[in-house]
Write a protein that binds this ligand. Structure first.
Ligand SMILES: Cc1cc2nc3c(=O)[nH]c(=O)nc-3n(C[C@H](O)[C@H](O)[C@H](O)COP(=O)(O)OP(=O)(O)OC[C@H]3O[C@@H](n4cnc5c(N)ncnc54)[C@H](O)[C@@H]3O)c2cc1C
Length: 532
């Protein structure tokens, strides 16, 4: 059998942590936190007791639908800590009744029509990398199905003149890039989940790539979209720009599967970069480092990378001593050498108090020499790319991230407020609580801070303990003026106590009206963005 996704870990079955990995992790946790931790055996899906399907696919759909246990377990949730913990515990309280894998417009229309006619909730599924419960079945529904887009998996056309490509929604990141590479192009959209996420998921969630400034959001790259709704097809015109009223694409981008199922999009592509330059600038103070980042982004140099890691994160992920912050600056271009840009950015960073010896500025003049793969920048890069598959799952360790954005004028107070609230709740809920921060994206008017937290909880109570910390994070981020999410999306996790509090009430009403027009029976992803 081909290597398929693990039903509980992040990655393929062949990449799952082994019993030995988990024993070593348990010993490490016991040593670090002074508690005895016993790893439970890696679960066997054959031991899972899933609720029998409450509805089975009709004959007309049966050829591309499945009620197989692995299919229903794999599509029962996403990739969040809580999803993985539940799956590891073989706890699948609400799996889909069946999973559809349409491969043509006709098959997709057939299953969507059937769901509409029979009022069966349908959850669109890209690769299931959601970390906000975006693909979970709705609570309280008496039947529900997953519509998986993995067979819409091709790059259909490349328009080299306009630099755009027509790409199906279910293509995973690596396959998409592999298809563009022969013509020398790239979509240049690399979320950390790139290996196991799809174009349709990126568009539906307004994902953020790992570049820090300029064209890094999927929003910037969409030229037009094709989407099937229960009321019919929605297809926008290919245009480089348009002032013709509100943008139809804006309605689709970020719709999180509640308005329709994206089948394909024309995406703006670009020539693959050849010239690169990288520097890691060290700061004695976190706030001085963030000021340097502001100076660089406001100078409109548009570095591809412009991140700052706070001292805790720079210590853990980049090998610094835990007292200094690290600003990572990177430029790249297909056309122009980047030495002048990196020197200008480093000069601004030095003016703000940063240290970097000249010899640590690495410039690739287009000959293909790798850049930025050594020193603290290289260490951080490896830790960013090498996502752990979940070795610590169900060992009592709590860990999560939350991300937001805030204007520069509010930033210092915002950070202090968030840290104070989070350190308080971590102290109340778990032991050895730790919080760190980096910027994932920066704008001339503000940064997108990304907080990572962890703490030692109790084995078996991980999810309820996590929920207490998450409630506090949702609360403080929105109360302090930030957004409930910068790029992880809303899903079922960020509402009602975060997203619902930040959006205008009239906007929520307008969204409900749009949904009623496109999805009159309210079958698509109920509970996401708005109440069913
Ligand atoms: C380790 C890790 C790192 C991550 N890093 C990033 C990051 O750097 N940047 C970032 O933005 N996110 C990140 N995420 C979150 C996640 O990868 C993104 O939200 C991603 O865009 C989801 O894509 P997917 O194909 O897996 O969609 P899914 O998880 O399958 O679905 C996500 C949402 O989109 C809807 N959807 C999916 N496909 C379609 C479609 N064809 N039509 C309509 N609706 C659809 C679903 O119903 C759901 O609401 C990360 C997640 C993990 C686990």
């Amino acid at each position: 059998m081909a290597d398929r996704m693990s039903f509980w870990a992040w990655g393929l079955e062949s990449e799952e942590p082994t019993e030995a990995d988990r024993r070593a992790m348990a010993e490490d946790i016991s040593r670090r936190y002074g508690v005895a931790v016993t790893p439970r055996p890696i679960p066997d899906l054959a031991d899972a007791e899933l609720r029998p399907p409450r509805v089975t696919p009709p004959d007309a759909l049966a050829g591309f639908c499945s009620t197989d246990t692995w299919e229903r377990a794999r599509h029962a949730g996403g990739a969040h800590f809580t999803d993985r913990t539940r799956a590891f515990n073989l706890d699948f309280p609400n799996p889909p009744d069946f999973v559809a894998h349409p491969s043509t417009d006709a098959e997709l229309a057939a299953v969507l029509d059937w769901c509409h006619d029979n009022e069966v909730p349908a959850v669109p599924f890209g690769a299931g990398s959601t970390v906000v419960w975006g693909v979970s079945m709705p609570d309280g529904a008496d039947r529900s199905v997953t519509i998986a887009m993995d067979r819409f998996d091709r790059v259909l056309e490349v328009d080299e003149t306009s630099r755009a490509a027509r790409i199906q929604a279910g293509v995973y990141g690596p396959a998409l890039e592999a298809a563009l590479k022969p013509s020398g192009h790239t979509l240049r959209h690399f979320p950390q989940s790139f290996r196991f996420s799809t174009l349709g998921g990126w568009i539906a969630t307004r994902s953020g790539g790992h570049y820090a400034t300029n064209h890094t959001h999927i929003d910037d790259l969409v030229e037009s979209v094709r989407m099937l709704t229960p009321a019919g097809w929605w297809e926008s015109r290919r245009l480089p720009g348009s002032g013709a009223g509100p943008s139809p694409d804006r309605m689709v981008i970020g719709s999180e599967g509640i308005l329709g199922i994206i089948t394909e999009a024309w995406m703006r592509i670009q020539a693959r970069p050849r010239f690169r330059a990288t520097a890691g600038v060290v700061f004695d103070s976190w706030m001085a480092g963030t000021e340097a980042v502001r100076a660089i982004v406001q100078a409109k140099l548009w570095p591809a990378n412009l991140r700052i890691l706070d001292p805790a994160e720079a210590g853990r992920a980049a090998g610094l001593d835990g007292t200094q912050a690290l600003v990572i600056i990177g430029f790249e271009s297909a056309e122009l050498p980047q030495r002048a840009n990196i020197e200008a950015a480093v000069s601004l960073a030095r003016d703000a108090g940063g240290h970097i010896p000249d010899e640590n500025i690495v410039v690739d003049d287009g000959t293909g020499a790798p850049t930025g793969h050594e020193g603290p920048v290289g260490a951080w890069r490896s830790s960013f790319i090498g996502v752990d598959p979940g070795t610590a799952t169900s060992l009592g360790l709590l860990a999560d991230t939350f991300e937001t954005a805030i204007t520069w004028d509010q930033w210092p107070d915002f950070d202090a407020t968030v840290r104070s609230a989070m350190n308080r709740v971590l102290g109340e809920v778990c032991t050895h609580g730790e919080l760190s921060c980096r910027f994932t994206h920066v704008y001339p008017d503000g940064p997108a801070p990304y907080y990572t937290w962890s703490g030692m909880g109790r084995q078996g109570s991980e999810i309820s303990m996590w929920q207490e910390v998450k409630d506090a994070a949702n609360e403080v981020v929105v109360a302090a003026g930030g957004t409930s999410t910068h790029h992880h999306a809303v899903g079922r996790m960020h509402r009602p106590n975060a997203y619902d509090k930040q959006r205008p009430d009239l906007f929520a009403d307008a969204l409900r009206s749009v949904k009623k027009t496109l999805d009159p029976n309210g079958i698509l992803n109920p509970g996401v963005l708005i109440d069913p």
